[in-house]
Design a protein around this ligand. Sequence first.
Ligand SMILES: CC(C)(COP(=O)(O)OP(=O)(O)OC[C@H]1O[C@@H](n2cnc3c(N)ncnc32)[C@H](O)[C@@H]1OP(=O)(O)O)[C@@H](O)C(=O)NCCC(=O)NCCS
Length: 121
Amino acid sequence: MITINPMTLSDLDSISDILVSDFDDFWSYSIFKSELENENSKYIVAKDQNNIVGFAGIWIAIDEAHITNIVCRKNLRNKGIGSLLLQELINLCINLKLNSITLEVNSNNLPAINLYEKFRF
Ligand SMILES: CC(C)(COP(=O)(O)OP(=O)(O)OC[C@H]1O[C@@H](n2cnc3c(N)ncnc32)[C@H](O)[C@@H]1OP(=O)(O)O)[C@@H](O)C(=O)NCCC(=O)NCCS
């Protein structure tokens, strides 16, 4: 079963060696670490047992959230984990009483476009 929780520094440390190989080379460890320490950011992590299978986060500016990333482990894509993470980010925004969620996606990133369109972005 996949569980989703707030992401901690120790979660990041546990995947620091495989950020490039198993997740996309999205952010360096140090940028990611400063994001986790930023009080205007919220990150969540998906785990299967104790194994990290994905993470996602937002930046918050006043009453708006901006999705900064959603990344699943390379060998576990297209199995619903991205949907679980995005649903949880949306729930988080609702709980924080935010008014809108924005995101950017590369026009050639079909999996991400399909994920976002599934949630009516
Ligand atoms: C984008 C990403 C997070 C999606 O996660 P995922 O776990 O594969 O997504 P899901 O399995 O929940 O699929 C969500 C929808 O996208 C579609 N999708 C997933 N992978 C796809 C693919 N390779 N090609 C086309 N559509 C795809 C599915 O059809 C699904 O819709 P459905 O449930 O109606 O079938 C994942 O591909 C990833 O980590 N990509 C690299 C990082 C990235 O580009 N992130 C987005 C920008 S920050």
